[in-house]
Write a protein that binds this ligand. Structure first.
Ligand SMILES: [Zn+2]
Length: 282
């Protein structure tokens, strides 16, 4: 998209200044090593044990951001501006258009403050269903973020990947996170969903399905994310299937984006469930 230019030089200097924060070498960090980082979403300086830098553990004392949230902000800045910029340091560019799917406020608010970014929701306005997008939105975005959403969408999930690509302008960036394993195929938890409902409350909830050919199925041990019935986990992806889905949806390039940026408190010690970045064809 844009060449880095002078802004990247500035960013390199800013990053070097941050690196002056006595950041320990990654390979020497133990669970109790204290890591100092500047949150790239809110700007707060934090000192936490290395073990607290985990995908779903809040580790910024000011905005409660997790490694996943900070990684998304970092990847938006990297993909669009080619630099390790904190979101409050992004240039104000309302013509750079982005779209989020139920994004967390921790990064959605600073993105909306600097860029032409809009967060959308499945159940409320501004509404967007990634399996059936409004054609008026097609081809309008420089970036799309889908963080821990695609494991919840109704099958066939391929529609969601195709629509993510269709929302993008040529060369636009898709920043995706989902829980994924590194072995085997994707596991669809309910492969024959047709006419279905959730019954019961809390841990006793069951999914009752009538298949297209009339058989009744009942599933217990359901996995809900975020506590709401709308966030039932439908599948556990595998890495190879994710990359295949992106390729078949027409993305030109996809990469596993598990790079660390310790000055921003971003580290991915394990190979699973890390972010993925894909590009629409230029
Ligand atoms: Zn923060």
């Amino acid at each position: 998209m844009r060449s880095p230019g002078p802004r990247a030089t500035f960013a390199r200097l800013a990053r070097r200044a941050r690196l002056g924060l006595r950041v320990p070498a990654l390979d020497r960090c133990r669970a109790d090593t204290v890591v100092t980082f500047d949150c790239n979403l809110c700007g707060a300086r934090n000192a936490v044990a290395f073990a607290q830098l985990a995908r779903e553990t809040p580790s910024c004392a000011a905005c409660a951001s997790t490694v996943r949230f900070r990684s998304i902000g970092h990847l938006v800045a990297r993909e669009l501006f080619g630099a390790d910029l904190a979101l409050p340091d992004l240039p104000r560019r309302p013509e750079v258009r982005g779209l989020g799917l139920s994004d967390a406020d921790a990064y959605a608010k600073p993105l909306a403050d600097r860029l032409g970014y809009e967060n959308t929701f499945f159940h409320q306005s501004p509404q967007l269903d990634i399996t059936a997008i409004d054609e008026a939105r097609a081809g309008r975005y420089d970036f799309v973020v889908a963080s821990d959403v695609f494991e919840h969408v109704l099958a066939p999930v391929s529609r969601a990947f195709v629509n993510a690509r269709r929302l993008l302008k040529p060369g636009g960036a898709f920043i995706l996170t989902v829980p994924f394993g590194t072995e085997g195929p994707t596991r669809e938890h309910f492969p024959e969903l047709h006419d279905w409902r959730i019954e019961g409350e809390g841990d006793a909830r069951v999914l009752v399905n009538r298949t297209a050919d009339g058989r009744e199925q009942r599933y217990a041990d359901l996995c809900f994310h975020g506590g709401d019935g709308s966030t039932l986990e439908m599948r556990l992806f595998s890495r190879d299937d994710l990359l295949r889905e992106l390729r078949e949806a027409g993305f030109a390039h996809a990469r596993i984006a598990g790079e660390a940026c310790l000055p921003f408190g971003i580290v991915w010690p394990e190979p699973w469930s890390v972010p993925i970045v894909a590009r629409a064809p230029a």
